[in-house]
Design a protein around this ligand. Structure first.
Ligand code: ZN
Length: 245
């Protein structure tokens, strides 16, 4: 997973969403809102096509699901589920690109903690503040917070809800990506003077599952060979961190 910067919508699209939300709110007040049908009809409209294209651009060239970063993002997903939160049906900040599997696991489930989402929102959170990666198994787990002496509650809920620790193909994919990243760093460790720009290009190319955030900002920076890169080549490390920030 990685932090995704939410791009602004073209103003005409943003206005169209506001109008659709107003109409939906009116329908809800009148008791006539059919959420599924309203969404189905809107989904074919030009503004929602623009929303779809903008989400794909945000997700990056691979157009991966924003939750698992493994499968192709196939549809627009409501972070706050539309069935329970129709007041967010057309809210831009509530729309994500999601794969069929994550969509199925998430469904209408949406745990709250003090009325705030207990689920990582990759367009608002840095996922690796809450999640961790186990390089021996390829499993994404909740991050342990030594200050609280407990796993991150948001991380725990995210892993549980999206079943990130129970998807074999997903874990295999993450493991392959991790091995590619390891090989890329190991290849430069013994060079006389590694070139940070070339290294970053190779790392981004190898990073099929958006693991670089974990390697450079998450607990991965304390794991070999990223730890070695940090200690042996601090300037190269700093440049790589800067490039990903
Ligand atoms: Zn997914």
């Amino acid at each position: 997973m990685r932090r995704i910067a939410r791009q602004p919508l073209p103003s005409v699209t943003a206005r169209a969403l506001v109008k659709r939300q107003r109409d939906a709110d009116d329908g809800r007040a009148a008791g006539t809102l059919d959420i599924k049908q309203t969404w189905k009809m809107a989904r074919r409209s030009k503004p929602l096509k623009t929303v779809d294209a903008t989400l794909r651009a945000m997700a990056g060239s691979r157009e991966r699901c924003m939750y698992c970063c493994d499968s192709h993002g196939t549809d627009i997903e409501h972070f706050w589920p539309k069935a329970n939160y129709p007041e967010r049906l057309f809210q831009w900040s509530n729309l994500m690109l999601c794969c069929a599997e994550c969509g199925r696991f998430k469904g209408n489930r949406f745990p709250l903690n003090n009325e705030m989402p207990a689920l990582v929102d990759p367009t608002a959170d840095d996922p690796w503040e809450f999640l961790d990666f186990d390089p021996t198994t390829g499993v994404v787990v909740a991050r342990f917070d030594p200050t609280a002496n407990a796993e991150s509650p948001k991380g725990v809920e995210t892993v549980r809800l999206l079943q990130l620790d129970r998807r074999e193909a997903l874990n295999d994919g993450y493991l392959k990506t991790w091995r590619r990243l390891v090989a890329t760093v190991e290849a430069v460790l013994n060079q006389e003077q590694p070139d940070a720009k070339m290294l970053m290009r190779a790392l981004v190319e190898a990073d099929d599952h958006e693991l670089l955030g974990w390697c450079l900002f998450g607990t991965g920076q304390r794991v070999a060979p990223f730890l070695n890169l940090h200690t042996q080549w601090p300037e190269v490390w700093a440049e790589c961190v800067d490039a990903l920030s």
